[in-house]
Every structure is written in C-alpha cells, then in structure tokens.
Design a binder for this molecule. Structure first.
Ligand SMILES: *[C@@H]1O[C@H](CO)[C@@H](O)[C@H](O)[C@H]1NC(C)=O
Ligand SMILES: *[C@@H]1O[C@H](CO)[C@@H](O)[C@H](O)[C@H]1NC(C)=O
Length: 540
C-alpha cells in the first residue's frame, strides 16, 4: 500500500492497532516420521532401536553431525541432558555416555535424502511447489481492517536443537515441538470459551435468545458420525418390527385395566409457545366421539394443531373398548382440560423404554413409515413398466407414507403456473407426434410403391421418430400426474426423516432406476451410508 494511502486511513486512539482481524491460525510442523527399519543407531558398538521420541531427538543431532557444534563440550552436555528427558527408563539406563553413541548411519541416511531431493524430477518439484502455494494461500494471509495482508511466519518452526551464537550457554538444548495447547490466538473476537470436548460432535454452540435454547453448528449429514446415527435410528425401528405385535396385544389387554394411567398414552418442549399438542397433551376439546358416523361405529374425530403447527384432522374408527375409555376420560371435564390427565411424557417414555430399549413415540412413526413404504413399493411396482412409470409408482408409495404421517403442504404459489406450462408442453408434444405419425404413414405408402432400400430406410427412421415422441409424451404425462397428486402433500419430510433409505436403494437397484431419480444431491450425501450398504434384496 502506498504510504499516502496509509496516512489517509482512520487513525485509532493511542495504543489501538486494529479494529478487525481475521486469520486461520498457524500451520504446525509436520509430525515426526520414524526412520525406516534399515537405518540403525549404535550404542557402544551395538545396534539399538530407539523409542520414537528418543529417536526424533537423536535425528536432530545426526543432522548436525558434520557441524562443528557437535564437538563442543557445552553443546554436547546440553543436548545429552535434554535428550535423556525424552528417553524411556530403559533407554536412560543404557545410554549413559554420549561418546558411545554412533549417529553416523543416521547422518548418511539424511545426506542421501537431501541428495535425492536435489535429483527430483521437474514434476515432483512442481507438485511440492503447488502444495506450498496452496498452504500459503490458505494460511499465509490475514485480514486486518480493510486489507488482506501477507503473514510473515505462519508456519511454526519445527523442533530441533538450539544452535546459539558464539558460546551461548544454551547451545545444543532441545527446542520443543509446539502443539496447539501451547498456542495463544489473537483475533478480532473474544470468544466466550474455547473448549476441547470429544464426547460431543458439534463444532460451535451458542444460546439463542427467543426460547433460550442451545443451538449448534454440526457436521454435514454426509459425515461418518451423522451416518452412524441415522443407521442406528432405522435399526431401532427394525427392532420394533420384531416386537410390535406383542406390544399391541399388551396394550389391548391394558385397555381393560382399572387404573386410568395404564389405559391412556406432554411432548411439548419447555418454553414452546405455540398451542400445539401431542398424544400426551391432547385436550378434551380436540376430540369428538361419534358412536356412529357415516355408517361406521365408534368413530373418534380428531382436530388439533400438531407438530409444526400443522392441523391434524381425521376421523378414526376405534375398537369399542377404546371408545368407552375415551368417554370415561372425558367425563366431568371442561373442554380445555387434559384428556389424559394422569399421563405425561416422562411416564409415557418410561413405559415405552420398559417395552423395548430405545423405544419412543417417534420409533413407531419411523417403523410404520418404513414398513408402509416397503409394502407399497411391492404392491405398486409393475415389473415391466418403464422407468418414468416406476418413478411414479415410487412417488405414490412415498405419498401413501406422507399421508399416513400427516405431511401436508399448502400448494406452492407457482403450482398452477407450472401445471399450465407442463400442459402446454404436453399439447405441443401431441402436435409433434401427430405430425410424425402422418409422415410415417406417407413414408409407408411411398415404400409400398417404390420397394427400394432408400424408402425402406426412411420408413425406419420415421418409425423411430414416432417412438421417441411417444416416450417423451408419456414422460410428460407421468410428470403431470405426479405433480397433480402431489399438490397437497410434502414428500420431503418422510423421505428425509422416517423412511429407511436402504428400502429405496434396494428398490432402485432391483429395478434399475438410477438413484439420482429419487434422491437429489444432498439426499444422496445424507444417505451415502445406505447407498454403500444396501443390496437389492434388503428387507426392512
Ligand atoms: C565415555 O565413552 C568414551 C568412549 O568410549 C570413553 O573414552 C569415556 O571414558 C567414557 N566416559 C565415561 C564418563 O565413562
Ligand atoms: C401404520 O399406521 C396406520 C395408521 O395408524 C395403521 O393403520 C397401520 O396398521 C400401521 N401399519 C403397521 C404395519 O403398523
């Protein structure tokens, strides 16, 4: 920067050097690489294998062997004292006299190495140069106020022996390896805390002020840790598959129980302000009991705001005993009273844990969603339909699940517009197809008269054109059906959270449907574990 420009810049109060500072921290020295087995150290004429720490310090000495330093008494004394600190007890007992240490083989090895470096090919040298430049680009600059500045020494000096000038009393001492725990970082922010906790997987955390909840920066779903957690979730749901019948029989029995608590089933997080309810917090006003409705007996009509403030409205026929119990629970209560007043999430979750380890209400959802997808795929996939039709079948199976999970959506604002666009594409395609058919017909008529190779060829190519257009039209029509059926349903939530991805991967492999047709890029990243793992006969 020109000096004039520097002068023009804002002047800070006495002692203040900057307002903004950002950098990536230092680059540490590369870790020690142990010597190859063939390089020997000798003590008192005998080969001795040194421990890694002792060996590392020995190499510092070996690298300086040709230098006058290593003959100076004070250098040798300082070195030997520090070296012994790095030795194991056994080494300390053996190695007591530096004059008996023979570093020549080590020294020869390093000389050969440095010779080899000089002989490197152009390509090898270029590669090293590029790596250094990359490092420089990433760590070699900082932003100080409005300027990107080159950092003088972003690489931390590697460990070695302190040479010292003249007869420096500390000559030969070990200059330790600098580790992150030695480092003080100076930057623009004063962090609340810098923590080292390998029991958690988040990188950054803070407390949000609206609900006072703790927020985290986490790894991408494609990471190993997230993949394992996802896998675990579906394995738990698969365990439920094995005992769900037993659990259901048990609760049918419990419906007869005299104890209120046993007969029923507060999920709301502390501080949640929206009036949404879960199974424990249902209120009397959220249900209506109909001994008979639309030709069905014992119908419970639900109407409440569920998860994410989405209205849940459904009429569900239940068994008589459930119906009678609900009547009992509603007796002498006001509309705003809890339906299941003896129950809370703690009790429910404890009960679920007793039935199966790891069981929560969500596991039921995951299990039901996944098993339903698997069943629907089996039912809906026709072996000889083409790929677009198979994708439609997949989406229909996915929709069945989304409906089950009450994953509704308001149709996007662009819905009608995009349907209209699609329709006009279909119309255009139909016109093209009609033209192509006419051309084919007249080519066939020509061929009948001419009977020569050239007209036959024309017929073939016209036929192909018709086929191509038919396929394209079919694809567009399938797309339109798919979109129309999807108007009020959101597939993403179930796909991302409740459907064992291995079912989908297996289905894709079995029917030769490219996985990209079902999962977009981020979904493929999240489900990388399943894409690697599942073969076509995977069963949930
Ligand atoms: C150390 O070893 C050298 C070479 O073998 C020997 O001359 C010297 O006397 C030894 N020093 C001690 C203190 O044992
Ligand atoms: C999934 O849930 C639906 C609706 O509650 C239920 O009818 C169905 O039986 C369940 N399926 C399985 C396999 O549990």
């Amino acid at each position: 920067r020109a000096l004039s420009q520097v002068r023009k810049e804002e002047r800070y109060p006495e002692g203040i050097k900057w307002k903004f500072l950002e950098h990536k921290g230092p680059v540490f020295a590369p870790p020690y690489e142990p010597l190859p087995e063939s390089v020997k150290f000798y003590y008192d004429g005998k080969v001795m294998k040194l421990s890694p720490k002792a060996e590392e310090v020995a190499t510092f000495f070996a690298k300086m062997l040709d230098h006058e330093y290593t003959t100076k008494e004070i250098f040798r004394k300082n070195f030997f004292k520090d070296w012994r600190k790095e030795m194991t007890n056994e080494e300390k007992n053996t190695i007591t006299n530096l004059s008996k240490c023979d570093f020549t083989h080590m020294s020869q090895y390093f000389k050969a190495q440095s010779e080899a470096r000089k002989q490197m090919s152009k390509e090898e040298k270029l590669k090293i140069k590029e790596e250094n430049e990359k490092l420089l680009k990433e760590y070699g600059f900082c932003i100080m106020d409005n300027h990107r500045e080159r950092i003088a020494n972003f690489k931390i000096e590697p460990p070695g022996l302190f040479p010292g000038r003249g007869n420096h009393p500390k000559t030969g001492m070990l200059k330790r390896r600098i580790m992150p725990e030695d480092i003080i970082i100076n930057c623009r922010h004063k962090w609340k805390e810098v923590r080292h906790d390998n029991k958690v997987t988040w990188l950054v955390s803070w407390t949000e002020n609206i609900q006072d909840s703790i927020k985290y920066i986490m790894l991408n779903p494609s990471s190993r840790i997230k993949g394992e957690k996802d896998w675990q979730k579906y394995e738990t749901a698969r365990r439920l598959k094995k005992c769900v019948d037993k659990i259901r029989n048990q609760y049918r029995e419990d419906w007869k129980s005299k104890e209120m608590k046993v007969r029923a089933g507060n999920e709301k997080e502390e501080g949640e302000t929206a009036d949404t309810v879960g199974c424990c917090s249902l209120r009397v006003e959220h249900i209506n009991l109909h001994p008979e409705l639309d030709g069905q007996e014992y119908v419970v009509e639900f109407d409440f705001l569920g998860k994410d403030s989405i209205r849940y409205y459904n009429k569900v026929p239940v068994e008589k005993r459930v119906f009678k119990n609900l009547q009992l629970f509603m007796e002498n209560k006001q509309p705003e009273d809890d339906l299941f007043d003896r129950l809370n999430t703690g009790i429910l979750n404890k009960h679920l844990q007793d039935l199966m380890e790891g069981l929560t209400a969500k596991v039921f959802r995951t299990y039901n969603a996944s098993i339903t997808l698997q069943q629907q795929l089996k039912e809906l996939t026709a072996p000889d339909e083409n790929i677009p039709a198979k994708i439609l079948s997949y989406n229909r199976a996915n929709r069945a699940v989304a409906i089950l999970c009450n994953h509704q959506r308001a149709p996007p604002k662009t819905f009608e517009m995009s349907m209209m666009n699609l329709q006009s594409k279909i119309d255009a395609k139909k016109d093209q197809l009609a033209d192509a058919r006419r051309h084919l017909k007249s080519a066939k008529a020509d061929a009948k008269v001419m009977k020569d190779a050239k007209t036959k060829k024309v017929v073939e190519s016209k036929k192909k054109a018709v086929q191509r257009l038919e396929e394209q039209l079919m694809k567009l029509e399938v797309q339109a059906t798919d979109r129309e059926e999807n108007k009020h349903i959101a597939l993403g939530t179930s796909k991302l959270n409740y459907l064992d991805p291995r079912i989908t991967v297996a289905w894709c492999k079995k029917w030769g449907v490219p996985i990209e047709k079902i999962y977009h890029k981020t979904q493929r990243e999240k489900f990388a574990w399943a894409i690697d793992m599942a073969n076509e006969d995977y069963e949930f």
